[in-house]
Structure formats: C-alpha cells, structure tokens
Design a protein around this ligand. Structure first.
Ligand SMILES: Nc1nc2c(ncn2[C@@H]2O[C@H](COP(=O)(O)OP(=O)(O)O)[C@@H](O)[C@H]2O)c(=O)[nH]1
Ligand SMILES: [Mg+2]
Length: 227
C-alpha cells in the first residue's frame, strides 16, 4: 500500500524542514508531493533542496493559491493507493500515520479521519477554535446523521479511487468541510481515530481565521442541499 502525502505550503520557513523529516521517518511506502502557493519568506529556497530527495516532488505555483487548490493540484499528481494531507506546520504529528492507516487493512474502509478531540473531554480546551470546531462538527452530525468529533481535521485520509468523479469547488480552507460533506453525501462511512495535536498561535504562523469557520458553516449548508 503506497501513501501519497500531499503537503500544502505557504510561508512555513521555520517548520517545513522539521515536518518533512518527521514524515520521512514514518516507516511506510510513500511519495511526498509539496505544493507551494508562492511563498515569499524563504520557504522556496528550502524546497529546492527538499526536491532533490527521490521520494519528493515540489510544485511551485507562480501566484498565491489557497490550501484547497494546493491540495487539488497535489491530488492530480498522486500515484499512491491512499491520499493523506499533511500541513507544513507542526500541529499534527506524522507519528500518527500508522494509526490513521491501520483501519485500511479492512478493504471496506474507504475514509479515515484523525480526530483531535476523540476521547478528550470538551472542557480540556477553551479556545474559540475548539468551540468553532465543535459547532461545525455538531452541524455536520445534524445534517448528515453521523457522530463525528472532528469534521474539519487536517488528517483526512482516503483511498485514491474515491477521487474518480469527485469535484471539490473550495480553493481555500473551505475545501476541508466540502470534502467531508461530499464523502458523507456519497454514503461513505468515516472512521475516526484519535491523534495528537499541538495548536500553534497566529504569531507562530497560523493562517486560519474566525471568518473561515463561518465560511465552513455556509459551505456545509450549501453542499447538504446541492452537489
Ligand atoms: N499553498 C497554500 N498553502 C496554505 C495557504 N494557507 C495556508 N496554507 C498551508 O495550509 C496548512 C494549514 O495552515 P494553518 O494556518 O496551520 O491552518 P489550520 O491548521 O487549518 O488551522 C499549512 O501547511 C499552511 O502552510 C495558502 O494560501 N496556500
Ligand atoms: Mg495548522
């Protein structure tokens, strides 16, 4: 089973090398596809070195492209059996890959999400991001009759064959919830496994904003109603 690890990057000069080192340490057969949305902070100079590695391909976009578009560009190049998205910050830990991949031993499993919140009490985190995630997951559960704990996780892992005929419109952070909605609409069961999570601050480079959460709710309603 080969894994296509797709890495969307925008101005991650401090973390791109450490995260790639962590990805390469995981003992699974994989290809790494990095899509840079025209970084201006020196990330590109580092990517020039990274692409010398035989397992790594870098796509440089000449203009800014959002996280969603970067993922779509990466998926179009993917050759693996399983698609896995890896953000270029250090919030999610590649050491969790074996847990994320284990459910695919069952041929009926098509989609696995890594949940930042599964098995942890809601009171553990008080941030607005945690509350926002809870609101969005609750809305997904209500609209689709499921019981997910982290519908907006970065670790959305799935068989590449699911890309056949799949159209995702969102080019920004709305990509994630649109993908979740479309998997559920197609009737796929999403298996959740717990993952570790180290949230970063805006000062450390976080690019997700409150407004992206509002956008997600709107996107969710839209794709519950239309395709
Ligand atoms: N190509 C590209 N990647 C982006 C863009 N914005 C964010 N990213 C990447 O997407 C990932 C997630 O960004 P982050 O700010 O941590 O958002 P969060 O983890 O969803 O809260 C990181 O690897 C970012 O570098 C963008 O406009 N273009
Ligand atoms: Mg992040």
């Amino acid at each position: 089973m080969k894994i296509s690890v797709i890495v969307p990057v925008y101005n991650e000069v401090a973390t791109i090398q450490p995260i790639l080192a962590k990805v390469r340490k995981v003992p699974v057969d994989k290809e790494i596809i990095i899509v840079d949305g025209n970084s201006t902070d020196g990330t590109r100079n580092l990517l020039v070195w990274e692409e010398k590695q035989p397992d790594t391909q870098v796509i440089y976009k000449p203009h800014r492209c959002g996280r969603g578009l970067a993922l779509k560009i990466g998926m179009a190049e993917a050759q693996g059996d399983i698609i896995l998205f890896q953000d270029a910050d250090l919030e999610l830990d590649p050491a969790d890959y074996p847990h994320l991949l284990q459910p695919f031993d069952n041929p009926d499993v098509k989609v696995v999400f890594g949940s930042r919140f599964l098995g942890k009490p809601f009171t553990e985190s008080k941030s607005w991001q945690r509350t926002g995630n809870h609101v969005i997951s609750s809305m997904v559960n209500l609209l689709f009759g499921v019981s997910l704990t982290d519908a907006e996780t970065g670790y959305q892992v799935f068989r590449r064959e699911l890309l056949d005929g799949l159209v995702i419109h969102g080019d920004e952070f709305d990509f994630t919830i649109e993908l979740t909605a479309k998997f559920l609409k197609k009737g796929y069961t999403i298996v959740e496994v717990p993952i570790s999570f180290k949230p970063r601050t805006r000062e450390e480079g976080k690019k997700l904003h409150f407004f992206d959460g509002i956008d997600s709710l709107w996107t969710l309603l839209k794709y519950r109603l239309i395709d």
